[in-house]
Design a protein around this ligand. Structure first.
Ligand SMILES: [Zn+2]
Length: 484
């Protein structure tokens, strides 16, 4: 069926950061949208991160982001290709190894998890790009070559920002590269809405509520989108289809590139009994010791078969009844899908995992450690390895691009967009961030009674210049009023 894809990930560290800077800034500036992913030194109290009250969750995230740090940052830039069909992109993926210059906490369980998944702490301490957390120190964020200035360039680009299960990522990005986090969640979301005027998108939310996938962990959603897209291409339909291309790196650049092979979905021979928990969450407490299969390809194909079986069963029922009305049956089908999703979410919140990775995104731990993982064959090993933040950002962006493609197709087929949605990409997911165990997302908005933080207002002047900042903020406030 579909062919494999080889994704070049550019490895950025202290000794090539300056050299790569112009290329990274250009990639950011010319992108249609940008996806980010982070690796963290810890998350703090896991239970508190899943508290019932969202304000309490924010408090836990706030404390984690204040005391822990970002160890690596993945950036995926998707640039629209000229003279090609509408959904063609040139993709550039960077994996930055970072080193926070201030004291921070490292949690043993996070370290264990990261080492198991190929994170190289030796490299981090020797070659991590240094940065300082919290508020801007001496205007350095505006000039020169630093991680914080790179974040400033990201804000200046004013492109849609895409994350997968991104609430914790956003808080850490804010605290590490922008300024101290505000005390209140409403202030945080108000600030974010101004920092990213083109919108923040969460592909975990999109996977569940827009694409309506059976599971929504990163690897599952990515592989399912890639599979469905390649089927569309092969069937030769009118499209639009998603097409991604990569740069050809040569000379000195090529020595910084790692190639990640991403094979077409196909079940591997051997182990066929699927681990149910992994199948639902992309995570299981037994990890690599689990006796059942954690093969995402196998899980996707089995889910598709189950869905197909259900459909044909229903069709037989319908045919028996005769003339039951197609519309009603379709609705029934939708209802059933929704129900299975809700029970899925209840399970998610009731069964709170405490292992690292599982809270942010269970899919984050699907890669087997290279040496220990027996029984899954060499195929899986190829997909594992380091540079997870970069590759995870790539997968996140791919899901988003695919959802945009489907959205464009619906519009082509006559779905009307509301007036305020006309100039937005994927309006149904605009500024909605996934909340584990909740049926509703977190809205990234500035409400009429919430203020943005002082540190943020000062940063905005630095990022955009005083006059532009006030113009943009005023425009934002105006938009707010119009929307009410
Ligand atoms: Zn398992």
């Amino acid at each position: 069926m579909a062919s494999s894809m080889v994704v070049p990930v550019i490895d950025v560290q202290n000794d090539n950061f300056k050299e790569l800077w112009p290329a990274m800034v250009l990639a950011i500036k010319t992108s249609a949208f940008i996806a980010l992913d982070t690796e963290l030194s810890g998350l703090g109290n896991r239970k508190a991160l899943l508290a019932e009250s969202i304000e309490d969750r924010y408090k836990a995230i706030y404390h984690a982001a204040r005391s822990r740090s970002i160890l690596s940052l993945g950036i995926a830039c998707y640039k629209k290709l000229d003279n090609k069909p509408a959904d063609s992109y040139l993709v550039q993926v960077y994996n930055l190894t970072l080193l926070c210059s201030e004291e921070y906490m490292i949690e043993p369980q996070s370290v264990r998890f990261l080492v198991q998944h190929g994170f190289d702490f030796n490299k981090q301490y020797a070659q991590g790009v240094p940065y300082c957390k919290g508020n801007n120190k001496g205007g350095a964020d505006n000039h020169g070559v630093s991680v914080r200035s790179l974040f400033t360039e990201l804000l200046r680009a004013r492109r849609p920002l895409v994350l997968h299960n991104g609430l914790i990522d956003m808080a850490f990005l804010y605290q590490c590269f922008y300024s101290h986090l505000p005390d209140r969640l409403t202030t945080f979301t108000a600030d974010l809405s101004e920092m990213f005027p083109a919108g923040i998108y969460d592909t975990k939310y999109a996977s569940e509520f827009e694409l309506r996938l059976t599971a929504s962990y990163l690897e599952y959603a990515y592989k399912k989108c890639k599979l469905d897209n390649s089927r569309g291409v092969e069937a030769g339909g009118p499209g639009p289809h998603l097409l991604v291309e990569f740069c050809q790196y040569s000379g000195q650049m090529s020595s910084y590139v790692d190639y990640r092979v991403c094979r077409a979905v196909a079940p591997s021979p051997g182990q066929q009994e699927i681990c149910q928990r992994f199948s639902a969450f992309g995570w299981c407490p037994h990890g690599t010791q689990c006796t059942s299969s954690h093969d995402t390809d196998l899980i996707i194909l089995q889910d598709e078969k189950l869905r197909q079986d259900k459909k044909s069963k229903r069709k037989r029922k319908r045919d028996k009844k005769k003339g039951g009305g197609g519309g009603a049956a379709e609705e029934e089908e939708e209802e059933e899908l929704r129900e299975s999703k809700i029970s899925h979410m209840e399970l998610d919140s009731a069964d709170r995992p405490t292992q690292d990775g599982s809270i942010r995104d269970p899919g984050a731990c699907t890669e087997p450690p290279p040496a220990e993982h027996a029984g899954n064959g060499p195929r899986k090993r190829l997909e594992g390895g380091t540079h997870r933040a970069g590759f995870d950002a790539f997968m996140t962006a791919y899901i988003f691009a695919y959802a945009c493609t489907l959205d464009a197709k619906e519009e082509q087929d006559g779905k009307e967009k509301k007036a305020e949605e006309k100039d937005r990409v994927l309006p149904s997911c605009h500024n909605k961030v996934y909340l584990s165990g909740k049926a509703a997302p977190l809205h990234i908005v500035k409400s009429s009674f919430s203020k943005s933080s002082k540190a943020h207002s000062l940063k905005m002047e630095l990022v955009w210049g005083k006059s532009l900042a006030s113009t943009l903020l005023a425009a934002g406030i105006q938009q707010e009023k119009d929307g009410e």
